[in-house]
Design a protein around this ligand. Structure first.
Ligand code: ZN
Length: 539
């Protein structure tokens, strides 16, 4: 009898081991097919607490998955910006603030590797690029403009995060399958600041490349036939969750659900990055309502991702801010009502309030009271709100509301504290186990994703970003043709061969014949980088 039971146990445990292995797929024990990385940009621990109190203390979805802390400094600063932080997640390297997925020149922080002179500013392979080369589907979902630092870090490379024109072009030519968010002004020529100065209509390029290009919510949610899609629902960033018109603009959770629906059709799996970008914006604006709106939007998107992952059994979800913004502090030592009743009077964020106020300011008091719950303003507060003008209105009214809820902000900029790590993996394997510490580095998140997806970014350096000296080593001549200033072309000549490589594109033209490359041609700080495939076109 005893023997039988132990035999049954052995069979059962063997069966269990087999099913765990099957769930993990082949490869390492924790290897899975899909990863969803969610970045609540600028979300601090106190922002999370405020959102929880806003719903009367009920737990948030994220609460179930909190499992550690992430250190966020860049290669040269205690407090990172979104470009260096997004790049750390995308590439696994701490790099210089304000730069986008390129190796750092300046390294001043402890423990960060230095760059050899010939590698300074060399583009770094990203998770999205590696996933794509492995045959996985890839996606980016966000509420900001697509050229913003966080989405940009996953599929472009630039010396300066504000080189929007070339970042936009690189993203269009990056091969990303699904991209949903804001910023369509960056795709087309025109008089607006965000419009393209190189005269190119990138929506036409998208269509030529076989993408569906949608600008209305109904075209996204109403179609089940979408496979490769760019959906940009505002000329610039999207409206906040509390403010948006659900008839025309999809929410973050809805876009996340749609992206997963499309990407999960790929048998090879997918990598999806989702950013809740405006927590940071409202942190800069010291607007507690905006922060709550966007923390809750992040929470809903996380819920969508985890629901899918639990059903799918081959998906890991990791969420972590890139840094905190604003230094929000809950200073209320009274009952919860004093905090919540003040905040609940606001029906929209400071941005919607700003848009509602007439040019002559005649409806100012009415809008502040009805839409933002601001009453009993002192003469000094009114003076500072009037003086702020439209552009600087959000922080002026945000701080007035914060005072009434006994909330304060320490800064309008980023802060240097650690951020919270959230993770779900079907076998329970967490990023903290990779380094055997509850406090990890932002670059460890990247290493974790490489490990569970079986990616090797290091091996892609010489596949994706090769110095143009490689052409010269083959006896060719290389010049950067700037005849058309807005559309530079790398010109490679050897004997009778002429190879043209338009900058910021994945395109080679060899003796007039077009060839699509597996990576981008970039120029960073005057140096040319090309995929190995382009070098191999010259024999
Ligand atoms: Zn950020």
């Amino acid at each position: 009898m005893k023997m039988r039971i132990s035999k049954i146990r052995r069979i059962l445990s063997f069966g269990l081991a087999v099913s765990v292995l099957a769930a993990a797929g082949c490869g390492g024990p924790h290897k899975i097919r899909n990863v969803i990385l969610i970045i609540p940009d600028g979300m601090s621990l106190s922002d999370i607490g405020l959102a929880r109190w806003y719903q009367e203390g009920r737990p948030l979805i994220m609460d179930r998955f909190a499992c550690g802390l992430v250190r966020i400094y860049s290669s040269n600063a205690l407090i990172t910006d979104s470009a260096a932080a997004g790049s750390a997640y995308a590439t696994g390297h701490k790099i210089e603030s304000e730069t986008v997925s390129i190796r750092p020149a300046v390294v001043t922080m402890p423990g960060v590797g230095r760059t050899s002179p010939e590698e300074v500013h060399r583009p770094l392979p990203t998770l999205l690029e590696a996933a794509r080369l492995k045959g996985k589907a890839t996606g980016l979902v966000f509420t900001s403009e697509f050229v913003d630092a966080t989405p940009a870090a996953f599929c472009s490379h630039a010396m300066d995060r504000y080189e929007s024109e070339s970042i936009a072009e690189q993203m269009v030519y990056s091969g990303v399958d699904v991209l949903l968010g804001g910023g369509r002004a960056y795709l087309v020529p025109g008089p607006e600041k965000a419009n393209r100065k190189d005269g190119e209509d990138l929506t036409r390029v998208l269509k030529d490349k076989g993408y569906a290009y949608v600008t209305d919510r109904g075209d996204l949610t109403g179609s089940s036939a979408l496979s490769r899609v760019w959906g940009l629902f505002q000329p610039n960033g999207l409206e906040a969750e509390f403010d948006r018109d659900p008839a025309t603009q999809p929410g973050l959770a809805e876009m996340t659900r749609k992206a997963i629906e499309i990407l999960s059709r790929d048998k090879d799996g997918f990598f999806l990055m989702v950013e809740s970008g405006e927590i940071d914006t409202f942190g800069h604006d010291n607007d507690p309502i905006g922060i709550i709106s966007e923390v809750l939007a992040f929470d809903q998107a996380l819920g969508v991702a985890v629901d899918f992952a639990v059903r799918d059994k081959h998906t890991a979800v990791i969420a972590c801010a890139d840094h905190a913004t604003g230094g929000l502090s809950i200073d209320n030592d009274e009952a919860i009502d004093d905090l919540v009743s003040v905040l609940k009077k606001a029906r929209s964020t400071s941005h919607a309030v700003r848009n509602k106020i007439k040019e002559d300011g005649s409806n100012l008091m009415e809008v502040l009271e009805n839409d933002y719950g601001l009453t009993g303003l002192t003469a000094a507060e009114l003076e500072s709100i009037r003086k702020a003008g439209k552009e600087d209105l959000p922080p002026a009214i945000g701080r007035a509301l914060a005072v009434r809820a006994s909330i304060s902000f320490s800064t309008e900029y980023h802060t240097g504290e650690d951020v919270v790590l959230f993770a779900y993996h079907p076998s329970g394997y967490k990023p903290t186990e990779l380094v055997e510490s509850g406090v990890i580095q932002n670059v460890d998140v990247n290493r974790y994703i490489q490990k569970v997806l079986g990616l090797d970014l290091e091996s892609l350096n010489d596949v994706l970003h090769v110095a143009s000296a490689a052409f010269e080593a083959r006896g060719a001549k290389v010049v950067l043709d700037r005849q058309d200033e807005a559309n530079p072309v790398v010109l490679v000549t050897k004997d009778t061969d002429v190879l043209r490589l338009p900058v910021n594109k994945n395109l080679a033209i060899l003796n007039g014949k077009k060839i699509e490359l597996n990576g981008l041609v970039t120029v960073v700080a005057g140096r040319i980088w090309v995929p190995r495939q382009a070098v191999d076109l010259i024999r």
